[in-house]
Design a protein around this ligand. Sequence first.
Ligand code: ZN
Ligand code: ZN
Length: 359
Amino acid sequence: VNDEFEQRRHLIGAGLENRELDAMLVVSPASVRYLTGFTGSNGVVLALPGETIFFTDPRYAIQSAREVSCRTQVCKGPLLPDVAAMAARGRIRRLGFERAHLSYDGFDLLRANMPVNASLEPVSGWLEAHRMLKSENEIELIRRSVATNSKAFERAARRVRPGMRERDLAAEIDFRMRRLGAEKPSFETIVAAGERSALPHAHPTGAILKQGQLVLIDMGAFQDGYASDMTRMLFLGEPGARVQRLYRAVLEAQLAAIDAVRPGVTAARVDRAARDVLKAYKLERAFVHSTGHGLGLEIHELPRIGKKDKTPLAAGMAITIEPGVYLEGLGGIRIEDTVVVTRTGCEVLTPTSKELRVV
Ligand code: ZN
Ligand code: ZN
């Protein structure tokens, strides 16, 4: 049993008093996994000052006995009435809950089963703030997920030909990453050809890849629960001067943002570095999203590398750097790596070349 989970539970238990809570209920699957190692879909955690209790249903009795090292209660029906009963027995007066994750139904169910003198206290971002800083072990898992993702890209990109459909290339990518050890893609693989590459979150369609087109591929794997994320561009044929100039601008912006990453620098400052380069190319209005995001047990985690995020970066954060420009009628270009903040700067985990790949 991995005692990293035990340490995390201890930190949450020890943090209750500062938050004026008697207990904390964790329901979001990624945070439940973070605290227990549980990989199933129905489980919640009740963190008390000296003890953590995991609740699940009988379908997960065998699995949770293998994965979860803390006290476990297997519930016959819905989990939350049992959580409320446990809280009542423990004389919990103030029970914290994840306001972004507990459903309204869940809240009602708790309320109805808690003593009248107990209060439910909304908490935001507590577990997420812990998860933002990765341990050595977690960084190793992200590194492996990134390696698998890049290998899958290489194997799929070799097969790209004019006449292929976006959807077939996306299926090829997903197949390759699973064969290489991923559980699944960390989000729906994006393959967008030609003008469709101007849609930053395009779903792959039956559109056929044609000579003279840009192809945007944004892909990520989940391996041992941890996400990777990468965007690369292909060009079918010889790219013209305009595409080459756009590509250079985005690459420069991406490198400038990576260069800005180091402990103490705010997320907003890194975003600014990418934006300043694109501004010099008069492309700042074509950059319609933030520069990146944290990733880990989820594909999107804190911090957000955006204009308004004042979070100072710290060693151990895993983030993406992914500026892009999107021009209606022409297409879009994005370049994305997964990087880890180190004590002196950052390490780019993604090994894949950032040259515009000509097919
Ligand atoms: Zn991506
Ligand atoms: Zn991303």
